[in-house]
Design a binder for this molecule. Structure first.
Ligand code: FAD
Length: 311
């Protein structure tokens, strides 16, 4: 750890890395669940060259690297995360590309753009196709990695290509047909960092887009506890069924372990009621999983990403 401090600080001092850097930063400050111990180093590179230099320093010293988006789908260990955690929140920008015309728009979107900002940009500029994603928190890069989706629309439906950087700092453009997106996943591996992606949207009337967005958001608000600390759906929906329905049917709604509670509003959301720990969260996941298996025979798979020391 101290070697890493020296190496990364050295990069900072030499001016090879532009951006903020924090040591022993609590991940509970950076996750929507408000759970997670300290990341040894958390960096916020401001441009691809800075990112590349951080990656090279980490590689040289054999330091593990983890990616953080908006932290809205993450459960982080109480013991924290070893190595360097990278946030691309400084990678902002949405632009119309030259392929755009009066029927379609191809937008370049940087990884650190909050999904809500993208939706608002698309609505104001009369670009339709992602209204159903209204209310999904986090950044665009995280949404691409997770193939986030809602009400039948997934990020993959609008993707054209994704720009990624590997751990050596090499940038490649991956066309959509090479990406094998499936439900809440893609074959973009943990060794690749999403820098940006191009998406294809249809031109439409901004008022109509706005109306559809509001309808989707209201539907989401009426069925999901959006105002409480959670990481969204804990388990993936099994083929042809809903994890929330199965959890409810197994009698787990409202079940508690420490300060973690299975939401009464939507059983696939686990809420941090105050001082929840990762340990309590995982224990509750295990209990719920076992009860669902016993009740319906279905083995639930986690949708949330669980990372950090001892996981
Ligand atoms: C209230 C609430 C409602 C939600 N509703 C939905 C919903 O309707 N549909 C849905 O799909 N999800 C939903 N989610 C889950 C979550 O918001 C999405 O999965 C979101 O897209 C995750 O984005 P993020 O930036 O927060 O990623 P994070 O949680 O920070 O990271 C998720 C994964 O992506 C990786 N990652 C992040 N950025 C990058 C990058 N630039 N390059 C490579 N890897 C990266 C991380 O390492 C991690 O493995 C909800 C969450 C909450 C809290």
């Amino acid at each position: 750890m101290r070697v890493m401090d020296k190496e990364l600080k050295g990069i900072f001092e030499k001016g090879l890395f532009k951006g903020e850097m924090k040591f022993d930063e609590l991940m509970s400050e950076h996750t929507s669940l408000r759970i997670g111990g300290p990341a040894e180093v958390l960096v916020f590179p401001e441009d691809p060259v800075s990112l590349r230099n951080v990656l090279r320093a980490a590689k040289k010293e054999n330091i593990p690297v983890a990616m953080l988006g908006g932290g809205t789908n993450l459960l982080v260990s109480d013991k924290g995360i070893e190595g360097v955690v990278i946030s691309l929140k400084a990678f902002r920008g949405i632009e119309f590309t030259r392929e755009s015309n009066d029927r379609e728009a191809v937008l370049y979107v940087a990884a650190g753009v909050p999904l809500a900002v993208l939706l608002s940009f698309a609505q104001k500029n009369g670009c339709a196709g992602i209204e159903a994603l209204a209310g999904i928190p986090g950044y665009f890069g995280g949404a691409v990695f997770m193939n986030a989706g809602s009400f039948g629309t997934e990020i993959k439906d609008v993707l054209v290509s994704v720009a990624v950087m590997d751990m050596n700092g090499k940038i490649s453009i991956l066309e959509k047909d090479k990406l094998n997106f499936s439900y809440r996943s893609s074959n973009i591996s943990d060794g690749l960092i999403i820098l940006s992606a191009n998406i294809l949207l249809k031109r439409d009337n901004p008022d109509d887009i706005s109306r559809r967005m509001k309808d989707f958001l209201n539907k989401k608000r009426n069925t999901q506890p959006l105002g409480e600390p959670s990481a969204g759906c804990v388990f993936k929906n099994p083929e042809g069924d809903a994890a929330g329905r199965l959890i409810d049917a197994a009698g787990c709604k409202g079940m508690k372990n420490g300060d973690v509670e299975v939401s009464a509003a939507h059983a696939n959301y686990f809420i941090n009621k105050g001082n929840a720990t990762c340990r309590d969260f995982i224990a509750l996941m295990e209990t719920v999983k076992a009860k669902v298996k016993e009740h319906s025979g279905v083995a639930l798979e986690p949708e949330i990403k669980i990372i950090g020391k001892g996981i």
